[in-house]
Design a protein around this ligand. Structure first.
Ligand SMILES: Nc1nc2c(ncn2[C@@H]2O[C@H](COP(=O)(O)OP(=O)(O)OP(=O)(O)O)[C@@H](O)[C@H]2O)c(=O)[nH]1
Ligand SMILES: [Zn+2]
Length: 203
């Protein structure tokens, strides 16, 4: 877990905002256009602001998000599923959006977490440069490590625009990844229940 967070936090000396804007100007010139023409003079500032939004997950602590839990659950110990969480991330290879849905489930062990926190957790990791496998693993492993439930299941179904708008040009393809921990790993019936509750095709 520590390694997981450390990896995400290990940041080189951050360039200044002016340096970031200059880098965008360079890319604009690389396209063959003129960065000084009226329509483009404000673009470096806009792009840097957009990057602040796309990658705000580097500023957030995923563990802190899950630390507030509730123990008065009326002995509820069945599966909790948050399904169809809209997911917007960027692939780390091309910095192009990958957009889809995450389904997150856990089997509580006495404590439950405020349900919005699961969606916030997805956002923290999605708002970093990602590959889908790592995104899926980070979400599941953080829930397992902080809440210590009896099991965690995460499925992500996302379309990668680096495969649709460039490169191989295959629209309509989506990538599905999953991480199943604890009782979800050992019990096929739980997995089936999860897939049914999340409304996704089971195995
Ligand atoms: N496994 C995995 N691959 C990804 C993800 N996002 C993008 N990719 C792939 O990362 C690979 C990078 O491959 P490279 O050959 O280094 O890059 P490229 O020449 O731009 O590859 P093409 O996309 O095939 O044109 C591509 O196959 C992408 O489809 C992801 O989340 N997971
Ligand atoms: Zn890509």
């Amino acid at each position: 877990m520590d390694a997981l967070i450390e990896t995400s936090r290990k940041v080189r000396a951050r360039p200044t905002r002016a340096q970031a804007e200059e880098a965008v100007r360079t890319l604009l010139a690389w396209t063959g256009d003129d960065p000084d023409r009226e329509g483009l003079v404000g673009t470096p500032d806009r792009v840097v602001r957009a990057y602040e939004e796309f990658f705000e997950g580097y500023q957030d602590d995923p563990v802190a998000l899950l630390e507030r839990t509730f123990e008065e659950t009326g002995n509820y110990n069945e599966m909790v599923v948050l399904r169809d969480i809209r997911l917007e991330s960027h692939c780390e290879h091309h910095i192009i959006p990958l957009i889809g849905k995450a389904h997150v489930a856990y089997l509580p062990d006495r404590r439950v977490v405020g349900i919005s926190k699961l969606a916030r957790l997805v956002d923290v990791f999605a708002h970093r440069l990602q590959i889908q496998e790592k995104l899926t693993a980070q979400i599941a492993d953080t829930i397992q490590s902080v809440l210590q439930p009896r099991g965690v299941a995460v499925v992500i179904d996302a379309a990668h625009q680096c495969m649709t708008t460039r490169g191989v040009h295959k629209p309509g393809v989506s990538m599905v990844t999953s991480r199943l921990l604890g009782e979800f790993e050992t019990s096929e019936s739980l997995r089936r229940q999860f897939f049914a509750m999340a409304g996704i095709g089971g195995v």
